[in-house]
Ligand binder design. Structure first.
Ligand SMILES: [Mn+2]
Length: 402
């Protein structure tokens, strides 16, 4: 990653800090093998480092501190886990000149806390019945020693940075979206009745990985027939019936930036009359909501309008008699912010500004008819309106029928 880009991000973060404030982000921990390591996105956003168990510390004041603590490599462990990065390497990759081994963290952080009123920390969230995560354990100790300290979550500050995408970030999203589109196209071409859903997942992974993208943004949803009515179905282990619709909710990642695309197609190559009726309703809503996108409009406006359009569609489809019953066939909201997290930082009711990237994903789910349709595009808000970053991924009926 470009050092200048990382420095800009840290500078913007620093400017949000008031006097006597400390900002701490813990990197993700190395999981037990064979589970794979996935970096904390706030840590990666600010340091570019992919090393586990490190800590970034930023302190406000006349003598600002930008410091990153990393693990010291232990040869006997490196035989198993590979070489740890050195102090010099961490400095070079992140552009942070002050790099220290974690052995010194407790001492140093103690002296920093002595002159601080408020600390921002990536607390994370886990259910109250679960064991505390390492940040929660850390802050508990800090509070024992410095009970006057106010604690806030880093996302209070990170949202302001991450919600608006720079050109480099938009380029990453576009690459992820384009390669996802290649995977979707291959799936639609090769899918046949009787195949297992995971065979389609294999096609997707093959196409994405051979193009040089070694991970997906999330576990793909490949849902045929009634499975498509389960919103986060990801077992992908059913046999695809001959007249099934198949719903693909998938996305590659480029430098941690995730695509999030949904397409629904008939495995036989031909929609049934009923499937087509439902599909056209969802497609029209997808297009109408996308056309509304411009700076100043809020996610809530989009959501309210999508509910109104879904209600009308469900009445036309004879699925409901009263508008209030729409939740039976449409249970989620119209979209979310998109970035390093598939559901990226940004409020559900935020007012759109140029540089935001959001998804638009209306759907209608009718389990009693084994039909689930969702069509999801990734949209960049621009000064004059929007750009549909997933425009090239086919969604017209004529393109989905063989
Ligand atoms: Mn989505």
């Amino acid at each position: 990653m470009n050092i200048k880009l990382l420095q800009d991000r840290r500078e913007k973060l620093f400017k949000q800090l008031n006097e006597q404030e400390l900002f701490i982000v813990f990197a993700a921990s190395q999981p037990q093998y064979p589970r794979t390591f996935l970096q904390d996105n706030n840590f990666k956003y600010l340091t570019g480092l992919n090393t586990p168990d490190a800590v970034l510390v930023i302190k406000s004041g006349d003598k600002p501190i930008f410091e990153v603590f990393i693990e010291r490599g232990i040869p006997a462990r490196e035989v198993w886990e590979g070489k740890k990065i050195t102090l010099d390497e961490a400095a070079e990759l992140s552009g942070i000149t002050k790099v220290t081994y974690l052995d010194e963290f407790a001492d140093k952080i103690g002296t920093y806390f002595a002159s601080v009123k408020k600390v921002f920390l990536n607390l994370g969230y886990n259910n109250i019945t679960k064991p505390l995560n390492k940040q929660q354990v850390f802050i508990k100790k800090v509070k024992d020693h410095f009970p006057q300290i106010i604690v806030s979550d880093v996302n209070e500050l990170m949202t302001k940075l991450r919600i608006s995408k720079t050109k480099w970030e938009i380029d990453q999203l576009q690459k992820a979206i384009d390669v996802t589109g290649i995977g979707i196209k291959e799936i639609i071409k090769k899918a046949k009745p009787g195949m297992m859903e995971y065979e389609l997942e294999a096609i997707l992974r093959y196409e994405i990985m051979r193009k040089g993208y070694n991970h997906l943004g999330f576990k793909p949803i490949i849902a045929s027939g009634v499975n498509a009515a389960t919103l986060h179905y990801d077992q992908n282990d059913s046999k695809i019936g001959k007249d099934d619709l198949v719903l693909l909710d998938v996305g590659a990642a480029s430098n941690s930036y995730c695509a999030d695309i949904t397409r629904t197609f008939p495995v036989s190559g031909k929609f049934t009359k009923r499937q087509k009726e439902v599909y056209i309703e969802v497609l029209n809503i997808n297009k109408k909501i996308i056309k509304m996108i411009k700076p100043g409009i809020s996610m809530k406006d989009l959501n309210d309008q999508s509910i109104k359009l879904i209600q009308e569609a469900l009445l036309r489809l004879n699925l409901i008699k009263d508008k209030k019953e729409y939740r039976k066939y449409y249970m989620h909201s119209i979209g979310h912010h998109l970035g390093m997290d598939t559901h990226d930082l940004g409020a559900r009711d935020s007012v759109l500004q140029a540089g935001y990237v959001i998804t638009v994903e209306p759907g209608i789910y009718i389990p009693e008819e084994k039909i689930g349709v969702r069509i999801e595009d990734d949209i960049l808000v621009t000064k004059s309106g929007y750009i549909n970053l997933s425009e090239k991924i086919a969604k017209e009926i004529t393109a989905l029928e063989l």
